[in-house]
Design a protein around this ligand. Structure first.
Ligand SMILES: C[S@@+](CC[C@H](N)C(=O)[O-])C[C@H]1O[C@@H](n2cnc3c(N)ncnc32)[C@H](O)[C@@H]1O
Length: 191
């Protein structure tokens, strides 16, 4: 019998992103991985929009490139083999509708390479500047197993320090699930 819970962190964040992103928007996928989030964003922004995606692993960039090609979405996406902490160099301030971070390691990849607080926090800070009024940033925090707790703990310490006059930060931890369920977070700018 399939005992998987019906909603994952990814399901919740995807619903929020689908609600937010409109045709013509500019979006950032901070952790391209296998390209699923980049492809979703590319579909949502349409032909007149743009997606800027980052990953530090060649394997992730190539996987994302292949998925976009298969879905005929390549022309809407700029792929960068670069740390997300550098995203401030790739977009103008206050122009981005949605920035998504899916932390952790590359699915079916090397579990020893995963996101780290030393680059995750500067990347969030850079991303907040890029969001336009009404824009959102989504995060999925993974922890436990090879990843440990360092990044998650640092992020949960950092998030409450974000300026409440400019941003609203909402954490949505699962409270009745075991085995370190990933934590969805949404940051809204303005409004
Ligand atoms: C959980 S995966 C992302 C999954 C992806 N969203 C998808 O749809 O398949 C996390 C990714 O973050 C990448 N990563 C780790 N550190 C990074 C950094 N500093 N900048 C950008 N990407 C990074 C990893 O290489 C990995 O591919």
């Amino acid at each position: 019998m399939d005992r998987r819970p019906s909603f994952s962190s990814l399901d919740i964040i995807s619903k929020i992103i689908r609600e937010q992103v409109k045709e013509g928007d500019i979006c950032i996928d901070a952790t391209a991985g296998r390209g699923n989030d980049t492809a979703m964003l590319a579909e949502l922004v349409g032909e007149s929009g743009r997606v800027i995606s980052f990953d530090i692993q060649e394997e992730a960039i190539e996987s994302t490139r292949a998925l976009l090609c298969e879905k005929n979405l390549s022309s809407r996406v700029d792929l960068h083999l670069e740390s997300h902490s550098e995203m401030g160099h790739y977009a103008e301030k206050e122009t981005i509708s949605c920035i998504t971070f899916n932390f952790g390691w590359l699915p079916k990849g090397d579990h020893n390479i995963f996101t780290k607080k030393e680059t995750s926090i500067p990347a969030i800070e850079a991303g907040l500047e890029l969001l336009k009024d009404g824009g959102i940033m989504t995060l999925i925090l993974y922890y436990g197993r090879e990843t440990g707790f360092e990044e998650k703990d640092a992020l949960l310490d950092y998030l409450p320090t974000i300026d409440s006059k400019k941003y609203t930060v909402v954490e949505m931890p699962f409270v009745n699930r075991s085995n370190c369920p990933p934590i969805p977070v949404v940051i809204l700018k303005g409004r």
